[in-house]
Design a protein around this ligand. Structure first.
Ligand code: AMP
Ligand code: GLY
Length: 429
């Protein structure tokens, strides 16, 4: 079959790399892709948000399967766009429709969803701009820390952890009054602070059944030991040693099953990835957020651990045969470390040549993100430039291999955290 992947990050390079290994894949396209996706697929210069152009490419290249990488086109209804057109009746799409994508697109919707289906989560109250005074009153009368969240998509920046009334008042004004996050801030959620350790659980569902993919831990801050500004993610490790069998059973019973059942009860036809951000609070899972796509860079640690055929897995998802699919996973540990442009997540340069890409392999996988091909050279073209993933029997071995690979690669002002996976060592038996 012919397959089109939408997106341009490390997540999409990794998905394309795995798809390209499948005997079921005839031609593979990525739109718009990067210099890495070009190694395993044909890049198309189409933005994923341009639905009409995506549809033209689907027709022109006789695409049988569309894999939507990022959340934006899902939240804006790309699946509904194709489903409304009978020419695309046979097109398999990996990604939920707009109703399903609200689990990520609206924090208020997802909170109400969790509460009405009995899924453990932090208690919260929602306020609109008109209810500013009521919200102010609320933050006066609650213990700290408190978590304030802009309702809509805010590129990962719409969550503020306030340690006192002053910080909460500033966040409230920023969101509701000065509209720092524009329409994403039409509502604010004020939430109880959960004290625990975070992990990401990934599920693939066909709306009827589900498969639990390997879980991962993300490293969100720019600085070592989780300091400094938030980023899209600076590294990932899978599996997560503190997510043992007993904990994962709680996740399945208390979170995954009621989530899939809740989608069915609400008549949401969900065929795609569900990324559940969880807090482990004294051994019990609480949902922090849902995302309706894979994580980046978590994909780069999760997908290489699948030993089954990803295209067959996607076919089973699109055709609602997932229950009978045999998902297989290696028990090796994957460590992924992201290399970024100096200055990220604030201002950074683009267009710097990257050297050493060939030397980095073969002990390791290199997934490109913010890169572009310029004649015979690969150049930086984004904040997160690429990631090295290594797999081994133990975390320290995988970590060593991933860093060996990154040390062979360079560009002007390249930066990466040196401590990815170190926090997990105390959990190793
Ligand atoms: P989100 O965009 O919802 O993933 O939130 C961003 C980050 O804020 C999360 O990854 C957590 O580290 C933190 N966070 C969100 N909600 C809470 C909460 N209720 N308690 C503690 N930390 C939270
Ligand atoms: N790495 C976090 C995310 O993809 O949302």
């Amino acid at each position: 079959m012919n397959i089109l992947v939408l997106g341009s990050g490390g997540r999409e390079h990794c998905l394309a790399w795995k798809i390209s290994q499948s005997p079921a894949c005839t031609q593979l396209f990525v739109a718009p892709g990067n210099a890495g996706t070009q190694l395993v697929a044909t890049n198309l210069t189409i933005a994923p948000g341009q639905f009409k152009q995506v549809a033209q490419a689907v027709t022109h290249h006789q695409i049988d399967m569309l894999v939507v990488g990022p959340e934006d086109p899902l939240v804006h209804g790309i699946v509904d766009y194709f489903r409304a057109d009978s020419r695309f009746n046979d097109l398999l799409i990996i990604g939920p429709n707009q109703a399903g994508a609200r689990l990520e697109g609206s924090k208020d919707f997802s909170k109400q969803f969790m509460l009405s289906h009995g899924i453990p989560t932090a208690s919260a109250q929602t306020f609109t701009s008109e209810q500013y005074d009521k919200a102010l009153n609320y933050i006066k009368n609650h213990p700290y820390p408190l978590v304030l969240k802009a309702d809509g998509l805010a590129a990962g920046k719409g969550v503020i952890i306030a340690n006192n009334f002053k910080e909460a008042e500033t966040a409230l004004k920023d969101i509701l009054i000065t509209k720092k996050f524009s329409d994403a801030g039409n509502k604010v959620l004020i939430e109880e602070f959960l004290d625990g350790i975070e992990l990401s659980v990934f599920v693939l569902t066909d709306g009827l059944s589900y498969k639990i993919l390997p879980e991962a831990k993300d490293y969100k801050r720019i600085g070592e030991h989780d300091t400094g500004l938030n980023t899209g993610g600076m590294g990932a490790v899978s599996p997560v040693p503190f997510a043992g069998t007993a904990f994962m059973q709680k996740v399945e019973q208390q979170v995954i099953k009621p989530t899939i059942a809740g989608l069915r009860k609400e008549h949401i036809d969900y065929r795609g990835f569900l990324f559940i951000g969880l807090m482990n609070v004294a051994g019990n899972p609480y949902v922090i957020e849902y995302n309706v796509r894979m994580g980046d860079p978590e994909t780069q640690a999760v997908i290489p651990r699948l030993t089954c055929d990803l295209v067959e897995l996607f076919k089973a998802t699109g055709n609602q045969n997932l229950a009978s699919f045999n998902l297989t996973i290696t028990n090796k540990t994957a460590v992924t470390v992201v290399g970024v442009a100096g200055g990220y997540p604030e201002g950074y340069e683009k267009g710097n040549p990257i050297s050493g890409l060939e030397a980095a392999e073969p002990n390791c996988l290199v997934f490109q993100a913010g890169t572009q091909q310029q004649n015979n050279n690969v150049q930086t073209n984004g904040g997160r430039v690429l990631a090295a993933t290594a797999m081994a029997n133990t975390i320290p071995e995988a970590k060593q291999l991933a860093y060996n690979a990154l040390q062979r690669i360079s560009w002007k002002d390249m930066y990466y955290r040196k401590d990815i996976s170190d926090d997990l060592l105390p959990y190793l038996k």
